[in-house]
Design a protein around this ligand. Structure first.
Ligand SMILES: [Zn+2]
Length: 431
């Protein structure tokens, strides 16, 4: 069966009535967190060391094959080069971290290091370093005796000998049913982590969920255009159905209201030097910021939910999203600065994954200039922000629909070739 991997954030605390023991358990958790960050950086350092030595060998005059290099390094370290980071830092952290944390940590850190290596070499990023407070990964065997406590309406479990209990609270995201499914074996628990944030303890519980079976057409694609006129516009490659979501004006008005109120509070704060009044105003400002963030987040949640419903209704197996890397960076437009398109895309991706819809990131170059009727690309065809009229075939269409329709086809090789051809012809004209 097809499955998908999901992470849930669940608050927990120590489940122990004896005061001293309780204190000790909390300290152990904090120590785990502290030594994890130390260990993580140590792993990065040892990975680097092996790389530097390898480079030294490579630069020496004697030509050396990679097999010979591996042999020499193995002799030097007493183990294979890939095992060096684990072997070295393992000695130092053996009595500070349980093996279920050390194993998961070195797997995570080494994989990330290997992934970043080529980017670092090209100068596209620097080497990752880790801060105190990072998530503490552990293998799934670290959690034992997971069960529901009927009286306290929460789940208890033992983590490395420490008795813990969840704090589900209002449980709006229904973590209870997920934990029940894990206990029943319907969902499979995976290697997870815990994190301490602002003095609170959270499980970042990773588990495998079977993908619900929707009968989707694997060739039908929903293309999504994120824009200024209509925040989100969707079109299907082989159907005329379309979806326009969001309302620019109401979104902007709400955001402006927040910002106006914030500026007012900030001005008032400057005039209030101290005392109770100041504290009150600071609190008001803080809660306003939280409200503003929640407003934008909820807005994106609603949009992404509607997109998925539309996709399922039309049985699209694929969603094409614009590749936002380098997207309209220098824009001055208020809506683009105030709207988290990335967040919206991430939400769409997450929700799509759960129902088995594939998400493509496509380059959206020229998708607003290309005529979806005849394929002709011309920036003059875009008559205005909202109208499209092809300068070649005369086809008229809403600019948003035309762009979304192009995006729904942009993953195909033919389409990319067409775009490349156009781009190179433009270069020829300039030259
Ligand atoms: Zn045309």
């Amino acid at each position: 069966m097809k499955t998908t991997i999901v992470t849930r954030k669940i608050e927990f605390y120590v489940n122990e009535s004896d005061k001293d023991l309780k204190k000790q358990f909390y300290q152990t958790l904090r120590d785990f967190s502290y030594y994890t960050f130390k260990h993580a950086n140590e792993l990065v350092d040892t990975n680097r060391m092996v790389d530097v030595i390898k480079r030294g060998f490579g630069n020496s005059k004697n030509e050396i094959t990679s097999e010979e290099m591996t042999e020499q390094l193995s002799g030097m370290f007493g183990c294979k080069p890939v095992s060096v980071p684990y072997k070295f830092s393992n000695q130092e952290f053996r009595d500070k971290l349980p093996s279920n944390i050390r194993v998961a940590l070195s797997a995570t850190i080494n994989a990330l290091y290997a992934k970043d290596r080529s980017d670092v070499a090209r100068g596209n990023r620097t080497i990752r370093s880790y801060k105190n407070g990072m998530p503490v990964p552990f293998t799934k065997t670290a959690i034992r005796q997971f069960k529901f406590d009927v009286e306290r309406r929460n789940f208890t479990f033992i983590f490395n000998g420490i008795p813990l209990i969840t704090r589900l609270g209002r449980d709006r995201s229904d973590n209870k049913s997920i934990l029940e499914s894990i206990i029943e074996g319907k969902y499979q628990l995976c290697d997870s982590s815990f994190q301490i944030k602002d003095g609170k303890f959270f499980l970042l519980l990773v588990h495998k969920v079977p993908v619900e079976k929707y009968k989707l057409n694997e060739k039908r694609v929903l293309g999504i255009d994120l824009g200024i006129n209509v925040p989100l516009y969707g079109a299907i490659n082989d159907k005329k159905d379309r979806i326009a979501l969001g309302d620019r004006d109401s979104f902007l008005n709400q955001r402006l209201k927040f910002q106006k109120r914030k500026r007012q509070l900030q001005r008032d704060l400057k005039l209030t030097k101290g005392g109770k009044g100041r504290g009150k105003k600071l609190k008001a400002l803080e809660s306003l910021s939280t409200k503003e963030r929640n407003f934008a987040k909820n807005y994106n949640h609603n949009l992404s939910r509607e997109v998925i419903n539309f996709t399922l209704k039309h049985k699209c197996g694929i969603i094409n999203l614009e590749d936002l890397s380098g997207f309209k960076k220098n824009t001055n437009d208020f809506i683009l600065r105030n709207w988290s398109f990335y967040e919206l895309q991430t939400m769409i991706e997450q929700k799509a994954k759960k129902v088995g819809i594939t998400v493509n990131k496509v380059k959206a170059k020229y998708t607003s200039q290309r005529c979806n009727n005849c394929g002709y690309i011309d920036k003059e065809s875009r008559k205005s922000q909202s109208e499209f009229e092809c300068t070649s075939c005369g086809h008229e269409e809403s600019a948003d629909y035309n762009a979304a329709k192009n995006i729904s086809m942009a993953h195909t090789k033919e389409f990319q070739k067409e775009i490349e051809k156009h781009a190179s012809s433009l270069k020829l004209c300039e030259a």
